[in-house]
Design a protein around this ligand. Structure first.
Ligand code: UD1
Length: 303
């Protein structure tokens, strides 16, 4: 695919956190459809000229209708919470793995490119950082196993059937519209606590690290994946830098000019202790360059 304009595009999870930012970037020049069950996604985020297919990504009939005649699918619909996947492994499997397989299968029929929202959770605890795409994969949660399955199927569909697929392995994504609930990401939780002058709850000793990538850079990666010739592969999407959760707590508190105290609570079972992306592959092959630093991204969220 040479350029992204005048293309018929489906965004699954298009009313969600990442999907809705992607929809905003696509709408001006493309014919955009959204499949969303609005369980966590919000209808009021969607621009008017989007065609909505309301329902579950596990509904094969609905997926088939939504994909009729499309050239490109961004598959962002998912069960995103690692702890929730641990409570409901079958649900995670059905949503994160099985539904991805049916999207790939449908894409094969209509010859549509698939850009998959994959996750660095598929690596599990790394032997060393930064994490390269070819590093060992031993996921420690049902979520990680299911994302590894989906990501592997994406490559397989390229190998077996020549389907154009790209898997984007997101590190920790944050930014506007991220939900604020116990299952959402740590940045939105800390921001809410800091704004309310409530204690900022660091789980464990806070020495665990994450690579926080702004949602606008994730959109950038998706748009590049939509047109690249370097298909059939998986790419890390991060910044290449990491901070500890304790540092994040301090940074949020300072940026929010908050009086919150930082408290330590129980560590999360199975939590990954270090995470940082090697972004050499996506930089070289797709021309991706992260643009938003964590301090700028946080300042922007507080504005
Ligand atoms: C997140 C994503 C997951 C993605 C993965 C990739 C969410 C909800 N999950 O999981 O979809 O695949 O990144 O790495 O966005 N923490 C605290 N205090 C809190 C909340 C969290 O200290 O109040 C800590 C956690 O124990 C963890 C870290 O912050 O060490 C990050 O947690 P979280 O934002 O839930 O992300 P991941 O588990 O990394």
């Amino acid at each position: 695919m040479q350029q992204l304009s005048g293309t018929s595009v489906l965004v699954t999870g298009g009313a969600g956190f990442i999907g809705s930012h992607l929809v905003d970037a696509l709408v001006p020049e493309n014919d955009v459809r959204v499949l969303d069950d609005f369980s966590t996604g919000r209808r009021e985020r969607l621009p008017e000229d989007v065609t909505v297919y309301e329902g579950d990504v596990r509904d094969a009939g609905l997926v088939e209708r939504a994909m009729e005649g499309v050239d490109l699918v961004f598959h962002t619909a998912a069960l995103i919470s690692v702890p929730e996947s641990t409570k409901h492994p079958e649900r995670s499997h059905d949503i994160n793995a099985r539904a991805t397989l049916s999207i790939l299968e449908r894409a094969r029929r209509v010859d549509a490119r698939v850009v998959l929202s994959s996750s660095c959770a598929l690596y599990g605890p790394p032997e060393s950082t930064p994490i390269h795409e070819s590093d060992a994969k031993s996921p420690t949660s049902p979520y990680g196993v299911d994302k590894l399955t989906a990501d592997t199927y994406a490559r397989l569909y390229n190998d077996l059937y020549g389907l154009e697929t790209v898997a984007l392995r997101y590190f920790n994504v944050y930014g506007p519209r991220q939900a604020e609930n116990p299952y959402s990401g740590v940045v939105s939780t800390f921001l809410r606590q800091a704004r309310a002058d409530e204690p900022i709850t660091v789980e464990g000793d806070g020495a665990q690290t994450r690579d926080f990538v702004h949602v606008s850079d994730v959109v950038q990666a998706n748009l590049l994946a939509a047109t690249t010739d370097a298909v059939g592969d998986a790419y890390n999407v991060g910044t290449g830098s990491s901070v500890s959760i304790e540092e994040l707590a301090r940074l949020v508190r300072t940026t929010a000019d908050s009086g919150s105290e930082i408290v330590h609570v129980d560590a999360r079972p199975g939590d990954v202790d270090r995470s940082r992306a090697d972004i050499g592959r996506i930089r070289e092959r797709l021309g991706y360059e992260p643009r938003v630093s964590l301090s700028d991204g946080l300042a922007d969220l507080l504005r």
